[in-house]
Design a protein around this ligand. Structure first.
Ligand code: ZN
Length: 673
């Protein structure tokens, strides 16, 4: 029988695919892709943009399609067999990737084109593609002498190992700690559901009775939020804050120092001043100086509000429990109590207004009013699970724009969270505009026997968020697939998603869909006002916290770390302008800061706030002209959504907005002005 993955397909042929098809399909398509790349490398004609850069861009397309089908399934509909195949395939794919970036003959041809880029008659998009391809080699050392290349490989190998060890230590520290409580008074304050979960955890850890609290978020966070016993909160908080900081075999201080120093050396080898300079070259923010300026500007503006909020919280705690000095382990607990007192908002009150079908129709209507899109549910598209809904998307002239898959509810085999992905990207070739296949995957509250699926407000904003990413994919209109849709710089990718969330708070938008599932009554505006107010509760303190992490990240990566010998001292220095709570010598953030020392966020933590500034500034433009104003929406579509990564994001943004983003809109939305 034919392997359906090796037969050219447009829509992914889910119903024909069996697990045993994947491995042979990968092996065959890797081989095909290699042959296509060899043909580029071995071409004896003078290197040109077409025969080298463009040829490289369109090599291995079948492999891309198979990979997207496979890895999307591994996230949304996985099983042990698929996971086993992933274990086998992943090293082959990274080996294939390395073979390209380390291919010297290929780099020679790419460089030949790159070196004459100013004499070539290229479009802006082609220039961007050329830069991107060239840098995928040069940033991996392709321009270095042999001995420097060797050192780079050594550094990469060491870093990979150190990052792994760092992560393993954090995990081991997390798993090692257990707080077993046997006196019911010690879990006083926890909601019944949390108590039950803690009791079950105790049993599953081999205890006869009692309650178990651990450093895992689902256990730790509720305890810090609700537990009345202050001494226990302190104990737990100090344990949480000192992961990797006990001078034992799981200590991460040396690992932190070594990672920072190796990254610095690597950047220097490649000709960059610091690791942050290296990372930010491919970001909208561009330089560490700009990131510092950004963080410090926000710090100046947020700090007074944060200090006011902190005082309010301290007074509240004093009044409630005669607490003199608010400590780190008090913040979450008293904030929760204060929030309850101020807003008394609970999900159950809001949910009846957000039946899933109504919210979907709402987001489609918003897309229709803004971008003239029509969503038509269709049954004739092959799907990987019968819960998946499929839509065909058309523009106002009935042109086909995109295929859209929506997979909303949790299932065994689906990982947690919510995300947007694609089964096929968009590109133009030989006069044809090939349209994309986009997917949103979520884990929303399912329906029950007596009730339809009713979303929490948080789920509503999540749906709009992922749909915003979806629009970025669906409306893509670029020539090259690697620059299409959401293939943009990291600190730009959350603009379309976050900006769309803003519609969830607007009367004009809510009236379209937020109707009681039984009575049809539109959501009362005073409820909406409450949602808005509670969304900015303690925004100053939250902002300060995010900024402190961004500043810590930059302190490790934006300078020369070779003289740093004391992790804690260095960290205290980085935190000195953002502290609200009294210092605790027992704790250290860096030794468990997995985002930047294990994951991919080094020199990138600032981007959380950066994206908020962008979306607030963009939405302020809509607010100014009307949230359904066609002119603004069309500009957003033409200059942002359809453009992918074809140009520097700041250029795209300015073309949409008429100016660079300013922090004022965020400060205003957050109530910090
Ligand atoms: Zn997102």
């Amino acid at each position: 029988m034919q392997n359906p993955l090796l037969t050219p397909f447009d829509q992914a042929p889910f119903s024909k695919i069996k697990n045993e098809h994947f491995k042979p399909a990968f092996l065959q398509s890797i081989e095909d892709a290699r042959a296509e790349i060899d043909a580029v490398t071995e071409n004896t004609d003078t290197p040109t943009f077409e025969n080298t850069i463009e040829a490289l861009e369109f090599a291995g397309q079948q492999l891309d399609r198979i990979s997207s089908v496979f890895f999307n399934l591994n996230s949304a509909e996985t099983n042990e067999e698929i996971q086993k195949i992933a274990q086998e395939i992943s090293p082959l794919l990274s080996e294939f990737g390395n073979d390209i970036t380390l291919n010297e003959a290929l780099f020679k041809r790419v460089k030949a084109v790159y070196d004459q880029k100013h004499n070539l008659d290229l479009t802006v998009e082609q220039h961007t593609l050329l830069d991107k391809k060239y840098k995928s080699f040069s940033r991996n050392g392709a321009n270095l002498s042999e001995d420097k290349k060797k050192r780079l490989r050594e550094i990469d190998a060491k870093l990979a190992k150190l990052k792994l060890t760092f992560g393993e230590n954090v995990l081991a520290e997390t798993n090692k700690y257990q707080l077993h409580l046997t006196n019911e008074a010690d879990v006083d304050g926890l909601p019944e559901g949390e108590k039950e979960a803690a009791a079950q955890l105790a049993i599953s850890k081999g205890k006869k009775d009692g309650w178990m609290i651990t450093l895992d978020y689902p256990s730790y966070i509720p305890f810090m939020k609700y537990a009345k016993n202050r001494e226990l909160r302190k104990k737990l908080s100090l344990a949480f804050g000192s992961k990797g900081f006990h001078n034992d075999e799981l200590d991460n201080q040396e690992n932190v120092l070594e990672i920072a120093k190796l990254r610095f050396e690597r950047a220097n080898l490649l000709g960059y001043k610091t690791h942050a300079h290296f990372v930010l070259e491919e970001r909208m923010a561009e330089t560490p100086e700009k990131v510092h300026e950004f963080l410090n500007e926000l710090l100046d503006k947020a700090k007074p509000a944060a200090e006011r909020e902190f005082m309010q919280l301290e007074e509240f705690a004093k009044k409630m429990d005669a607490i003199d000095r608010l400590e780190k382990w008090d913040g979450s607990y008293y904030s929760e109590k204060l929030k309850q007192e101020l807003f008394n908002l609970d999900d159950e009150k809001l949910k009846p207004y957000f039946k899933l079908e109504n919210v979907i129709n709402g987001v489609f209507k918003v897309a229709e009013k803004l971008f003239d899109l029509q969503f038509k549910e269709v049954e004739d598209v092959d799907r990987y699970h019968n819960e998946v809904k499929t839509y065909k998307v058309f523009d106002v002239n009935n042109n086909f724009i995109s295929l859209f898959y929506a997979d909303f509810h949790p299932r065994a085999g689906k990982r947690g969270g919510a995300w947007m992905t694609s089964f096929k990207s968009q590109w133009k070739r030989n006069g044809e505009n090939v349209r994309p296949h986009i997917s949103n995957v979520c884990n929303f509250t399912p329906s029950t026997k007596s009730k339809p699926s009713l979303l929490t407000f948080n789920e509503v904003t999540t749906l709009f968020h992922e749909f915003g990413h979806g629009l970025h994919g669906m409306l893509a209109n670029t020539t090259y697939p690697s620059l299409s849709g959401t293939s943009v710089f990291w600190d730009f990718v959350e603009l379309p998603s976050q900006v769309l969330e803003n519609w969830c708070y607007e009367k004009e938008a809510l009236e379209l869909f937020a109707k009681h599932y039984e009575t049809g009554e539109t959501i009362p505006m005073e409820l909406v006002e409450k949602i808005k107010e509670s969304a900015t509760f303690q925004e100053g303190m939250q902002t300060l916290r995010q900024l402190s992490f961004g500043l810590l990240d930059m302190s490790w990566h934006g300078g020369d770390p070779t003289q740093i010998s004391n992790v804690k001292k260095h960290e205290d220095e980085a935190f000195k302008n953002t502290n609200l709570y009294p210092e605790t010598p027992e704790t250290c953030m860096s030794t468990a800061f997995s985002h930047i020392f294990q994951g991919g966020y080094s020199s990138g933590y600032y981007s959380y706030k950066w994206a908020e500034v962008l979306d607030a500034d963009a939405f302020a433009y809509f607010k100014e002209k009307g949230i359904f104003n066609k002119e603004v929406a069309t500009k957003f579509k033409d200059h942002v959504l359809s453009q992918g990564g074809t140009e520097n994001p700041m250029v795209l943004y300015k073309r949409f907005r008429g100016a660079e983003p300013k922090v004022e809109a965020l400060l205003e939305r957050a109530g910090l002005l």
